[in-house]
Design a protein around this ligand. Sequence first.
Ligand SMILES: NC(=O)c1ccc[n+]([C@@H]2O[C@H](COP(=O)([O-])OP(=O)(O)OC[C@H]3O[C@@H](n4cnc5c(N)ncnc54)[C@H](OP(=O)(O)O)[C@@H]3O)[C@@H](O)[C@H]2O)c1
Length: 372
Amino acid sequence: VATPGETAAMRRAIALAARGIGATSPNPVVGCVIVDAAGAVVGEGFHERAGGPHAEIVALRDAGTRARGATAVVSLEPCNHTGRTPPCSRALVEAGVVRVVVAVRDPYRRAAGGAETLLDSGVEVEVGVLAAEAERVNEAWLTYVRRGRPFVTWKLGASLDGRVAAADGSSRWVTGAASRADAHRLRAESDAVLVGSGTALADDPHLAVRKAQVRRAQPLRVVVDTEARLPPGARVLDDAAPTLVVVAEDADAADLDKAGAQLVRLPRAPAGPGLDLAALLAELHDREVVSVLLEGGPTLAGSFLAEGLVDRVVAYVAPLLVGGGGLPALAGSGAASIDAALRLRIDDITRTGPDVRITARPATWTAAADEA
Ligand SMILES: NC(=O)c1ccc[n+]([C@@H]2O[C@H](COP(=O)([O-])OP(=O)(O)OC[C@H]3O[C@@H](n4cnc5c(N)ncnc54)[C@H](OP(=O)(O)O)[C@@H]3O)[C@@H](O)[C@H]2O)c1
């Protein structure tokens, strides 16, 4: 079992890991704290970006010779493979670490086995400390590896009566400036931002992140546009960030093609409107997109929900009543009865200026479900 000091160090390691959110794809976020035999923290670090040193290596460098005889506390099992960097399991052994405390085992087959390598070298290993918290901080990457698809966050800005636009389609000022700034941060933490053709045509959104907020790179902008209706002059097609226009295999996309848009062709949905969303997410997974921010609108979001492809909801709710003519946040047939509605668990409520930001996840959601 972990000592109270080790548990505290794990809490710190998870907080360090969180600093990498949005910058490490396609790698996980990881934090590491080195504690000496007397219980003093002698080193710490986190994984900052893919290609950069892993958390353990940063922490070992920080600790120097004080790592000898110490305990390494890591939010994810140390890797066991030589990728862009040599295996962390070996580095820990060579530094003289005698005990390793891990929160979550590495589900990525090529990297797994770090715990066994450590044990074989006579290092004590403890697994499962603060596992739920560590799963949460890495929920996007764990979903990406275990389910073979990106983690999907549906973001919406709604009135108190659940409308995302008024009768005339105007939606830009549903929520206030603080909510919109916060939503930009969410975008910056995502690898891709997704909208349907309806939103692209109605609002002509730009979908890029403000320069100062860019983490590793601009997120990939994705427009789901079955019939290739996006006009070649759309703002989303400028060169501020890369953009994919996803169209049907048989769509006539000559205009977009001529304009130099990057086109991806996918099968149509087996049932219902538009394109096959499983194929869309598989395509994004192939492009190493770990996290997707679904920015709407109601038709596309309704399809994601119907297919069980929403992992997290971030709703900015404004103190505003639009009324009957307004556009509901979700289209589609929805639940036939309350029993069939998707139950969420609210994980956070934060005020954003005059609005409220609610973060919720399906009540049954864990990154571990449907393990591939
Ligand atoms: N306040 C907010 O948070 C917010 C956010 C976004 C949008 N909005 C508002 O929402 C309105 C647009 O709503 P919308 O529902 O028309 O737009 P949408 O959901 O962005 O786009 C819907 C379109 O996407 C295409 N699509 C492709 N594959 C699909 C699939 N598998 N499932 C569903 N759709 C698929 C379909 O058109 P094709 O078949 O032609 O491709 C479909 O009609 C605008 O007024 C906008 O301002 C508000």
